[in-house]
Design a protein around this ligand. Structure first.
Ligand SMILES: *Cc1c(COP(=O)(O)O)cnc(C)c1O
Length: 394
């Protein structure tokens, strides 16, 4: 008998009971399809980092690490931000290691947002944001990305700044900002980030900046953290993770950096979520942050090639293809092919051509996104080539 996932689940989590990711992954398995639905890489991280994790286990680093994370990892996180962005964080009071970026987000929201207060997020939003805000008993308030024509004539997205300004009010406790952005692959521009910063300062709002794709930008773009904008260092919790930086989504090593009061609040919740996490992986990630910048650049270059190849195949197949600044994802519009419902298309695609994707409706509240489909290109070149061949057969 199939399990009814909502039966015993608390009311505030019921809207999130079934995820389309699980459904699409099951369809991918059933039809032996190439799974471009869930966003994870299919190659390993840097060899020296993997060796360091094995060595840490062999050397007995298998008990509870310190609550804020092992000192060498906190030090390495602090050094990386100073090296890459000129941001300085005290590794003892301004850096917290978490069980992935997911727990960094949950700890930040649960530790900082009182029930009933509002959290602004950009729509489409990463799926954990809405569920986490619901767990906190808080209210989500979405600000949409809207279609935009890029200088090269391609279709992209920009933030609706009027909607952003209208979203800030007396009940706003925090804004969750994800850039580079999942699922659209959009990197917010400096002007957009400056306006977010101005509003946060004006309304005394905390920013929770999910920057897990900070190193995965294409076309010569560089990442500028929200915390580097005027007035933001003291009101931003900046989140990143080893998952997307070093191809280890299964390790669950993330971190959050910010002023001591905000980090302490996130830690106040984190210590009762997981207490600590990822003991033997922490020294390995510290090593990688210190020594594997060239590996990360090369991996980002490979991703860009995969993006170009997959986007070309989607265009040849007849999709409207959106511009991607970075991340693992490209959005495709199947309306030129006669599909007006992305979810229906995704349910048919594995059986039809042996490719799985996810509908953007999994990341939204409003129906005007429902036609779009997200494809992940974080796969080996031969996998992308085969997916491209299958897509062209549509
Ligand atoms: C993958 C992802 C995360 C989760 O990262 P983990 O370190 O695996 O928990 C958070 N935010 C976004 C936008 C992501 O794409």
């Amino acid at each position: 008998m199939p399990v009814e996932p909502r039966r015993n689940l608390v009311r505030r989590l019921r809207p999130f009971a079934e995820t389309i990711f699980a459904e699409m992954s099951a369809l991918a398995v059933a039809h032996d399809a190439i799974n471009l639905g869930q966003g994870f890489p299919d190659t390993d991280g840097p060899a020296a980092m993997l060796d360091a994790a094995r060595a840490a286990i062999a050397d007995g680093h298998n008990q509870y690490p310190p609550g804020i994370g092992v000192p060498e990892l906190r030090q390495a996180i602090s050094e990386q931000q100073s090296r890459d962005y000129g941001l300085s964080y005290d590794p003892d009071t301004e850096v917290l290691v978490t069980v992935g970026a997911t727990e960094a987000i949950a700890g930040s929201v649960l530790g900082l947002v009182e029930p009933g207060r509002e959290v602004i997020m950009i729509e489409p939003y990463y799926d954990s944001y809405a569920a986490t805000v619901a767990l906190a008993g808080a209210v989500r308030r979405t600000v949409p990305l809207v279609s935009d024509t890029r200088p090269d004539g391609g279709a992209g997205f920009r933030l609706d700044l009027d909607a952003l300004r209208a979203a800030f009010g007396p009940d706003t406790a925090a804004i969750l900002v994800n850039t580079p952005h999942n699922p659209t692959g959009t990197a917010l521009t400096d002007d957009e980030l400056a306006e977010i910063a101005r509003l946060c300062v004006e309304h005394d709002v905390v920013a929770i900046a999910d920057e897990v794709y900070e190193h995965l930008l294409f076309g010569g773009l560089t990442h500028r953290p929200l915390a580097t904008f005027d007035g933001m260092r003291e009101r931003t919790l900046r989140i990143s993770s080893a998952a997307k930086t070093f191809n280890v989504t299964g390790w669950k090593v993330g971190w959050v950096c910010g002023p001591p009061e905000l980090v302490a609040a996130a830690r106040g919740a984190k210590q009762y979520l997981s207490y600590v996490g990822s003991g033997p992986f922490q020294p390995a990630v510290a090593l990688a942050l210190r020594t594997e910048a060239a590996w990360v650049r090369s991996m980002a270059g490979d991703l860009e090639q995969a993006q170009v190849a997959l986007s070309a195949a989607l265009a040849d197949a007849g999709f409207g293809v959106h511009h991607t600044d970075g991340t693992y994802f490209v959005l495709a519009d199947p309306r030129p092919l006669g599909y007006h419902d992305g979810a229906a298309m995704c349910r048919g695609l594995p059986a039809q051509i042996g490719v799985a994707a996810v509908p953007v409706s999994a990341f939204t509240d409003h129906p005007h996104w429902d036609h779009l489909v997200r494809f992940a290109f974080s796969k080996r070149p031969e996998v992308i080539a085969e997916a491209a061949r299958r897509l062209r057969s549509l």
